[in-house]
Design a protein around this ligand. Structure first.
Ligand SMILES: [Zn+2]
Length: 205
């Protein structure tokens, strides 16, 4: 069966056709750092030779590994009950190991702020986050820079035309308070307003 996502997940699924059956798996989304844990777990589960056992979901939640299966716990065959205990045991052990394993690179890790990472990967993610935040801040700065620049241009145009705020307000048919606020960069303006002011200043000049 094929699953979208990284190649290692596709290979793991392909290597265990008895665990990952067509239509049974609806999510497999964890970082490659847990590849070793999942490779061992799948091999161990397959070793139990339970034909009723299917993996339905593998994911990360609050920094922990979640491995969900579907199986027939009430199978009447001899020895099946004991094997069932072993299934739980293997899954719990893998999930416990993931709490101490970096989900990104597989090095010893620690769970903090709902993610399990080693110090190096955590620092890298924090740097990437900081760079992203800085980009966002730069965008905001660019917006206010443009607003301030429009405000200056409009004021310069009015002064060059020798118009007072009151006269310009009259010409563009807007309240004087608005004309003043726009020139001080205190309010957003439209292209239409900028056009009206520049036309009025051209006439006034
Ligand atoms: Zn790491």
């Amino acid at each position: 069966m094929t699953a979208p996502g990284p190649e290692w997940i596709g290979s793991l699924i392909a290597a265990h056709p008895s665990l990952f059956r067509e239509g049974s798996l609806f999510e497999f989304a964890v970082g490659e750092g847990w590849k070793g844990i999942l490779t061992d777990l799948c091999a161990a589960l397959e070793g139990l030779c339970r034909t009723d056992l299917m993996v339905v979901q593998v994911k990360e939640k609050f920094g922990g590994l979640r491995f969900y299966i579907q199986w027939d716990q009430l199978s009447p065959e001899d020895g099946q009950e004991a094997a069932g205990d072993r299934v739980d045991e293997l899954i719990r052990a893998a999930e416990a190991k993931a709490w101490d394993t970096c989900e990104s690179c597989g090095a010893p890790g620690e769970t903090k702020r709902m993610s399990t990472l080693c110090p190096a990967c955590r620092a890298r993610f924090q740097r990437e986050q900081a760079a992203f935040d800085q980009d966002e801040a730069d965008l905001v700065d660019a917006d206010s820079y443009v607003a301030a620049s429009i405000a200056r241009d409009l004021r310069a145009a009015r002064e060059q035309a020798g118009l007072t705020l009151d006269q310009l307000a009259h010409l563009v048919d807007r309240p004087e308070a608005l004309v003043r606020a726009v020139e001080q960069g205190e309010t957003e303006t439209s292209l239409e307003y900028v056009d009206a002011v520049l036309r009025a200043c051209a006439i006034g000049g």
